[in-house]
Design a binder for this molecule. Structure first.
Ligand SMILES: *[C@@H]1O[C@H](CO)[C@@H](O)[C@H](O)[C@H]1NC(C)=O
Ligand SMILES: *[C@@H]1O[C@H](CO)[C@@H](O)[C@H](O)[C@H]1NC(C)=O
Ligand SMILES: *[C@@H]1O[C@H](CO)[C@@H](O)[C@H](O)[C@H]1NC(C)=O
Ligand SMILES: *[C@@H]1O[C@H](CO)[C@@H](O)[C@H](O)[C@H]1NC(C)=O
Ligand SMILES: *[C@@H]1O[C@H](CO)[C@@H](O)[C@H](O)[C@H]1NC(C)=O
Ligand SMILES: *[C@@H]1O[C@H](CO)[C@@H](O)[C@H](O)[C@H]1NC(C)=O
Length: 478
């Protein structure tokens, strides 16, 4: 049988190819519509190419922006999950507007959004099942009870790719922001993409807009590449963090452009007694070639949830414009654990409230059960090669009384003021500086002789992962 693809036969579709896909184990023949633009467009980089593919319309998808595609996504992915052990499978989302509630990913799977494909997050709450709270948080971030499942969710997966030719995922967040502002949720708002307990994850070459809350949340996961994302939310939208690696390791985040109402990137690892108990650090993470605009938040935040520990974070080639602070440490008494071995090199900053900001009194506890003796250890924090213009305060470095932040190093930093005197404000911190202007606070004395603060010369294993060039042509049954 051959189905036609009337919905897809529109002006920008140059060719439609029909193929017959044999569902091997079931022996069911399915007609597939393959929508392509030009053959030379049909390449994409990925950690793994796939042998099988299907198009959302094969499963009843309707791209009119009004029809719900939740069932189409769910049945497509459930169907394609049968190919996990036979070369994996890809689900293609063609040009159109594909309204959907939450759906789950599967292993050895690629979700591919063609150019002009837009996935629209449903604003009907029944399309968002509830999930239990995260063990390292002990409660939802917005509300103590459970939480809405993310728009695109996955757990216990290996080898999952979400990519495209810059297709869009639009969370239609305004519904969630308004209701959140009115305090009307009993559950925590959904994230756009959340992947838990998984490894070998790639999220790349997409535009993500207007998430209900955080955009990209890998948690309890490793071996992650996040690349070429454009992430856009109104700068006054609540908690629209761009990318939040949370208890994750061996992670590479590069070439992203983020405009957000909250931190562009926030590295996290759980909250107070719950994070301490789970004890999974975020570590071995590289962030490079990031551009951030976030007037009320940080370009990169470390914390405030850091109770599993944060270590070996490397960040380089960073640009922030009209952003509150650059690489900020946020912690509090009760968090426990550590933030250590942080290396930042090469920041270009324009219009910043604080260039260097560390906060030891962030507060914000999940409940009253936190241990007031659980003091965080903050040490080995290195910044070098910083140019900042139009700055209000060069530094506000506030450690914890009887628990100072130590081993702070700042070298080769030139900070230009906006008008008033540029005074550093430091309490309960220790460290050194070299070639820093204006003159740092007394707790971070210039050391004689110029030097650079350290930055590791080795590479993380994830930096050596080469993406393969995959093409649609090599898929089975083309
Ligand atoms: C896969 O999809 C085809 C076409 O919709 C259907 O006929 C088949 O039963 C599905 N198989 C599974 C295992 O869901
Ligand atoms: C998605 O996975 C979660 C966690 O395993 C599960 O609770 C939920 O029912 C799944 N959703 C669907 C639509 O299968
Ligand atoms: C992807 O689309 C966004 C939004 O239209 C655009 O700003 C961005 O430049 C595009 N990225 C690429 C690599 O074309
Ligand atoms: C994907 O994004 C990367 C990084 O921005 C870029 O180098 C690459 O050309 C993009 N690939 C495609 C197929 O758009
Ligand atoms: C400089 O920073 C101030 C805020 O401190 C801002 O109002 C002003 O627009 C910035 N100047 C430029 C040229 O962006
Ligand atoms: C320095 O910061 C502390 C809070 O950390 C504040 O109480 C104090 O007023 C600040 N001092 C100056 C001179 O701005």
């Amino acid at each position: 049988m051959m189905k036609s693809c009337p919905k897809l036969r529109n002006s920008y579709v140059v060719g439609v190819i029909f193929a017959v896909l044999l569902f091997g184990s079931l022996g069911v023949k399915v007609a597939e519509c393959r929508v392509v633009r030009r053959l030379q467009d049909l390449e994409y980089p990925a950690i793994n190419c796939r042998k099988h593919s299907a198009v959302l319309t094969d499963f009843g998808g309707v791209g009119d922006g009004k029809t719900s595609n939740t069932k189409a996504f769910q049945s497509a992915i459930s169907n394609l999950s049968h190919y996990a052990n036979d070369g994996g499978a890809m689900l293609v989302v063609p040009p159109g507007k594909w309204l959907t509630g939450s759906f789950n990913l599967t292993s050895h799977f690629t979700l591919f959004l063609q150019k002009d494909a837009v996935i629209l997050g449903s604003q009907v709450e029944s399309g968002w099942p509830s999930l239990p709270v995260l063990p390292s948080y002990g409660r939802g971030r917005d509300a103590p009870a459970g939480r809405f499942s993310s728009l695109i969710f996955g757990t216990h997966l290996t080898d999952v790719v979400i990519t495209g030719h810059n297709g869009t995922i639009d969370g239609q967040g305004s519904y969630w922001w308004d209701k959140f502002h009115k305090g009307q949720f009993k559950l925590t708002r959904p994230y756009m993409i959340e992947i838990m307990y998984s490894s070998q994850i790639q999220i790349s070459n997409l535009t993500l807009v207007n998430s209900p809350s955080w955009f990209v949340h890998p948690i309890y996961s490793s071996d992650i590449i996040i690349q070429g994302l454009t992430i856009l939310a109104p700068v006054d939208s609540p908690n629209t963090d761009g990318i939040d690696p949370d208890s994750c390791s061996n992670t590479r985040i590069e070439d992203c452009y983020i405009v957000s109402g909250d931190d562009c990137i926030a590295v996290k690892s759980g909250w107070d007694e719950y994070g301490i108990k789970v004890g999974m650090p975020s570590q071995h993470i590289i962030i490079r070639r990031l551009t951030c605009i976030s007037p009320d938040s940080a370009m990169i935040a470390l914390g405030s949830e850091m109770s599993g520990g944060i270590q070996d974070i490397r960040a380089e080639d960073l640009t922030a414009i009209n952003t509150q602070s650059a690489v900020r440490i946020k912690t509090a008494v009760g968090r426990g654990a550590y933030v250590k071995n942080i290396f930042v090199k090469g920041m270009n900053l324009f219009t910043m409230k604080y260039v260097f900001w560390m906060t030891g009194s962030y507060g914000s506890h999940p409940d009253t059960g936190f241990d007031p003796k659980a003091l965080p250890t903050i040490t080995g924090i290195n910044y070098r090669d910083v140019i900042a213009k139009n700055v209000t305060y060069p530094a506000k470095l506030e450690g914890i009384a009887n628990d100072p932040f130590t081993g702070i190093c700042i070298s080769n930093a030139n900070i230009e003021k906006v008008g008033k005197k540029l005074a550093w404000n430091c309490t309960d911190v220790h460290g050194v500086t070299s070639n820093v202007s204006p003159e740092p606070c007394a707790l971070l004395q210039e050391k004689p002789g110029k030097f650079d603060c350290p930055f590791p010369s080795d590479k993380l294993p994830i930096e050596s992962v080469q993406l393969k060039t995959c093409s649609f042509k090599s898929l089975s049954l083309f």
